[in-house]
Design a protein around this ligand. Structure first.
Ligand SMILES: Cc1cc2nc3c(=O)[nH]c(=O)nc-3n(C[C@H](O)[C@H](O)[C@H](O)COP(=O)(O)OP(=O)(O)OC[C@H]3O[C@@H](n4cnc5c(N)ncnc54)[C@H](O)[C@@H]3O)c2cc1C
Length: 513
């Protein structure tokens, strides 16, 4: 029944959705079988042009769409992202910890966090159970020149140039996957008798009809918000940040090392991200306009740039982006589904936007409704799952703030205020005081953020779970295994430190420089 999917919007949400659907479904043939994917984009409204950090999921997404990793790296100014480093989040004194993409050694079979806590060692949790922090400290790559495309020695996602990424996706979708790309500004949305969207009316007088309409119109939220008036659920009381200052800075030299993780440095009323691409760094200050003036936020950004000797000296002229933190109350209504910023957006602390686009588009593609009645059921399920994703995202981001000991500004004090903490997170924290997060946790999570990620943040921030080892019959035996895994991890780290190329060297090789 869903013969024609009309995607409105040509940012990363629109093109990723188009690619994921078109790669799975045969194009519409003369006998009326297959799926036609139309992507409609306004020539008058620019896309966001930011969003430069991905999760490892992007490797699978690109492979499924049929894009070669070499082409991707060459076209989109790509570098490898092995996780995030959080600087100054705990006490604001320059201390740091890693949230790496590789899980702890033995993850799934043995919960090393319990054993690490029981041992009270001086080595950080991440360094005890994973090599990736040490590899990032040295600016090394997660793979070698011999590692096949999309495979790895250490799990990785990407840092990329968002504008070039959209160009590559567009070219690939149109030339290789048969996506019908049309330029046109949607002026009006026409309803059928049952309340479905029957057609989009463009400013040039044309009408575009379809069976399913995907709203990828970014902050405009043209279909889900303006047309269907689906309420927006603000998260401003929980995640205060609502403004970003974004800029790009050149390296001091073409030989300057390329960092292999996103650096996130806490500020007085927000934080600064720092994403290293082969040719430049993308840096931005995201902050709460209720807690700091624009001028002061600009000064903090300038100070950050001035203190970095690896950057060429530039006069910063950041672009300002304002946003409402939050999401729609529902995401699929009638024959319209929202994907990307139109569905919701909160600060990019854990780069959760692109991964949610990938997950949403995969769901739509895997469950393209065959009848109109089936669409209502699919919509209900999509709404349930996406709602759970949002709870997880909000809880996980808030966790970073909640665990902080900082009290040096109203912003940090407000973050620990009880009213700003979701009940679901409060419940989880209560458990985590006496129970280490693990894969068997039964709180209906669908694991956007794995228990490994939660462990890295909890124990990186100095949280303590009281482990009562005498409760477990198998503790003694497990303890021997834990010893071995922690020892092996140290050995593995040394081997990788000796064998992995520098990030820049490997990227230069792939880029043919
Ligand atoms: C400061 C900042 C930093 C971010 N960093 C990250 C990150 O590190 N990692 C991450 O995963 N995400 C990040 N994001 C989120 C990421 O940028 C977005 O999820 C991503 O760009 C997707 O945007 P979009 O496609 O939904 O919207 P947009 O890029 O805004 O695209 C909207 C599209 O809709 C079209 N449109 C609008 N109105 C009409 C109309 N009337 N008719 C036809 N077409 C129309 C426009 O032409 C455009 O093509 C960040 C966001 C911000 C603001």
């Amino acid at each position: 029944m869903t013969q024609t999917v009309v995607i409105v919007g040509g940012g990363s949400a629109g093109w990723l959705t188009a690619g994921i659907i078109a790669a799975k479904h045969s194009p519409l043939n003369k006998n009326g079988q297959g799926t036609r994917v139309i992507l409609l984009e306004s020539p008058d409204v620019a896309n966001l042009g930011v969003g430069e950090g991905t999760w490892p999921t992007m490797r699978d997404t690109l492979r499924q769409i049929g894009i070669s990793e070499v082409e991707f790296i060459r076209c989109c100014d790509v570098s490898f992202k092995q996780g995030s480093q959080f600087i100054g989040w705990q006490r604001g004194e320059g201390e740091s910890y890693y949230h790496p993409f590789s899980p702890p050694a033995g993850y799934g079979a043995i919960n090393l966090a319990s054993h690490w806590l029981d041992r009270c060692t001086d080595t950080s949790f991440a360094d005890s159970v994973c090599s990736q922090g040490a590899i990032c400290d040295m600016g090394l790559a997660p793979k070698t020149a011999q590692t096949p495309e999309y495979a790895f020695n250490l799990n990785y996602g990407y840092h990329l140039n968002a504008g070039k990424f959209v160009e590559l996706l567009q070219r690939h979708c149109v030339e290789k996957l048969g996506v019908d790309y049309q330029l046109g500004h949607v002026d009006q949305i026409l309803n059928a008798d049952n309340g479905d969207i029957s057609a989009l009316s463009l400013s040039n007088g044309e009408q575009i009809t379809g069976d399913l309409f995907v709203d990828c119109t970014g902050f405009a939220a043209l279909l889900i918000g303006k047309h269907y008036q689906i309420p927006f659920v603000s998260q401003r009381d929980c995640l205060f940040n609502d403004t970003a200052l974004v800029l790009q800075a050149d390296y001091a030299s073409e030989h300057t090392p390329i960092a292999s993780c996103t650096k996130s440095t806490a500020q007085s009323s927000g934080w600064i991200w720092d994403i290293a691409l082969p040719t430049r760094r993308g840096i931005g200050h995201v902050f709460s306009s209720q807690h700091i003036s624009l001028e002061k936020a600009e000064r903090e950004l300038e100070l950050y740039l001035d203190s970095d000797s690896e950057l060429a000296k530039v006069q910063p002229s950041p672009r300002k982006i304002e946003f409402q933190p939050g999401h729609r109350q529902s995401f699929w209504h009638k024959n319209c589904v929202a994907v990307g910023v139109s569905a919701g957006f909160v600060e990019p602390l854990e780069a959760s936007a692109l991964v949610l686009i990938e997950k949403s588009a995969e769901f739509v593609s895997n469950n393209l409704p065959q009848t109109r009645a089936a669409m209502d059921v699919t919509a209900k399920r999509f709404n349930q799952i996406t709602h759970r994703y949002w709870i997880e995202i909000i809880d996980f981001l808030k966790l970073h703030y909640l665990l902080s000991e900082r009290t040096d500004s109203q912003y940090w004090r407000d973050h620990s205020h009880g009213d700003s903490i979701p009940d679901s997170l409060r419940d989880s924290l209560e458990l985590w005081r006496s129970q280490v997060p693990w894969v068997t946790d039964t709180n209906n999570r669908i694991e956007l953020f794995s228990s490994a990620s939660i462990q890295y943040v909890l124990y990186g921030m100095g949280f303590v779970t009281q482990v009562n080892s005498s409760r477990y019959r198998s503790w003694g035996k497990e303890s021997e295994l834990a010893d071995r895994l922690i020892r092996d991890n140290l050995g593995k780290t040394e081997t990788l430190m000796a064998s992995q190329p520098k990030n820049r060297d490997l990227l230069n090789l792939v880029r043919g420089i």
